[in-house]
Design a protein around this ligand. Structure first.
Ligand SMILES: Cc1ncc(COP(=O)(O)O)c(C=O)c1O
Length: 483
């Protein structure tokens, strides 16, 4: 039987402001003018002075902009019977992008339109939102495809070592395994901590010590590959700090940034990694089978290391050309990676549309909202289940993302119980009204005899404070029922 979630803090339906039309297209037109985004302040500094706890403080910050986010919520065709909090697996396209997708699809069919293009116009529209030039941004099929472009395109020699972590996704781990089998590279893993008792420096020390120790053993460490954030605990491995480690040791840097586009407002030219592979279909809310791959293609002050030798592994547009040794690109690497036969242009134009909406709202504003929702959720979890239940960090701002992982069960042995963890996920959807779409994930934990199974929650721009309150109430109820 479904339980209606009703808490004293959970508000009712949120009204669209009277002076805005409830018609979604009208809102989008206002948004498109830029006037609305310009008039909106950031969350920070909007809090009430009456907050009695950190959770109350965060809640008040979120409520200050509640009407705006309710209107953003109305831009998505989400099933109102559910609350979608597994964006880390799949996003939802804004209605305006869906409409564009449909129109472009029909035009393509009506006119037999060609898909032979390097999508330069589209890459030029999207690139500024990520802080890079169009030649430094490629469209890929998804994060995994971007990781294959990056890892399998590098010129490896037998015995090269890639330092990575024990919390990687198969999207990065599998191309590494292929490089092991095909090129004879070695993979060496840093074991990651979980929970709140960690700082950005923890990661600097872990990677730096690991690399030094390998080098002392005579190993030829050539690259670092890591997820920011990891899909297991949502820990944002601190990119800027890890880039300092990579540069100090003159390493190629590969970031699995599946969750970064649409969640974080990072400037990738400033960060300077060699590769950042992100999803278009998760937090960025583009169509399925879209990804954004940022590739370092010129020397910038942020990373003075030489560009690594790299060859395309999936393209129909390439002539041998040296990589640049200065600040001017020798060729458009984004074009080489994007161009592979005939492309489904409507799909990428719909991604461009979603990116345009993010740019209009403000990527930093979305990041602030997502992270504040997640901070609020983490505080509520810490209040009810204890901070020790969290597998995500919450106190170091450099380590947080909009993914929150925790163990909801009271009996310590239950964290090893994958079946029970799976039932928790299933019942959060089936037993409550609204139902909650969340997921669970296995986490290798240092010193544990086997993986822990924890619950993972994504908080994104369509989620309200009331949604988080209802989610927490439902999880507390289910914890009581399941023991
Ligand atoms: C960290 C990480 N990397 C890679 C992937 C694979 O993503 P995609 O489906 O975009 O290839 C995921 C998917 O959830 C992920 O969380």
């Amino acid at each position: 039987m479904q339980k209606q979630i009703d808490t004293d803090t959970a508000g009712g339906a949120i009204a669209v402001p009277e002076h805005w039309s409830s018609n979604r297209r009208d809102f989008l037109r206002i948004l498109g003018s830029g006037a609305l985004a310009a008039s909106l302040g950031s969350l920070a500094g909007c809090s009430s002075g009456n907050a009695s706890s950190r959770a109350d403080e965060l809640r008040n910050q979120l409520l200050a902009d509640e009407r705006f986010w309710a209107t953003v919520n109305a831009m998505f065709p989400l099933n109102p019977a559910k609350r979608f909090m597994n964006v880390g697996t799949a996003g939802s396209m804004p209605i305006v992008s869906l409409d564009l997708f449909d129109t472009e699809n029909r035009a393509k069919a009506a006119e037999c339109l060609s898909g032979y293009t390097n999508l330069l116009t589209e890459r030029t529209q999207v690139a500024p939102g990520f802080g890079v030039d169009p030649d430094e941004l490629a469209f890929s099929a998804n994060t995994s495809s971007g990781m294959c472009h990056a890892i399998l395109g590098l010129q490896w020699a037998p015995g090269d070592v890639v330092v990575t972590t024990n919390h990687e996704h198969p999207g990065g781990d599998v191309p590494l395994a292929i490089a092991v089998a095909r090129y004879g590279i070695e993979v060496s893993r840093v074991a990651l901590p979980v929970g709140n008792n960690q700082t950005a420096q923890t990661y600097v020390d872990l990677f730096d010590n690991h690399i030094r120790s390998l080098r002392t053993q005579g190993k030829r460490v050539r690259a670092m590959m890591w997820s920011s954030p990891t899909y297991k605990t949502g820990t944002m491995l601190p990119i800027a700090e890890l880039m300092e480690v990579a540069k100090r040791h003159e390493l190629i840097s590969i970031v699995d940034g599946a969750h970064l586009p649409g969640m974080m407002a990072y400037n990738y030219a400033d960060l300077g990694m060699d590769f950042m592979s992100g999803a278009g279909h998760k937090w960025q809310c583009g169509p399925g089978s879209t990804g954004i791959l940022v590739v370092r293609n010129k020397i910038r002050a942020s990373n003075p290391l030489p560009l690594p030798n790299w060859f395309p592994i999936h393209t129909s547009s390439w002539t041998p050309r040296p990589r640049t040794t200065n600040g001017t690109a020798t060729y458009d690497i984004g074009s080489v990676i994007t161009s592979c036969g005939s492309l489904h242009t409507p799909m990428f134009r719909a991604l461009v549309s979603a990116c345009g909406i993010w740019d209009q709202i403000g990527r930093k504003k979305i990041e602030t909202y997502d992270l504040t929702l997640s901070a609020y959720l983490k505080e509520r979890i810490a209040e009810i289940w204890g901070v020790g239940s969290l597998y995500s960090p919450m106190d170091d701002p450099k380590l947080v993302s909009a993914l929150t992982s925790f163990n909801p069960f009271r009996n310590p042995a239950d964290v090893f119980n994958s079946t029970k963890s799976g039932q928790f996920v299933t019942r959060m959807l089936s037993d409550y009204n609204p139902g909650f779409v969340i997921r669970n994930v296995n986490v290798p934990v240092v010193g544990a005899p086997s993986d822990h199974y924890v619950i993972r929650i994504s908080t994104h721009l369509w989620t309200s404070v009331a949604d988080v309150d209802k989610l927490v109430a439902a999880m507390a109820d289910l914890t009581t029922k399941m023991g």
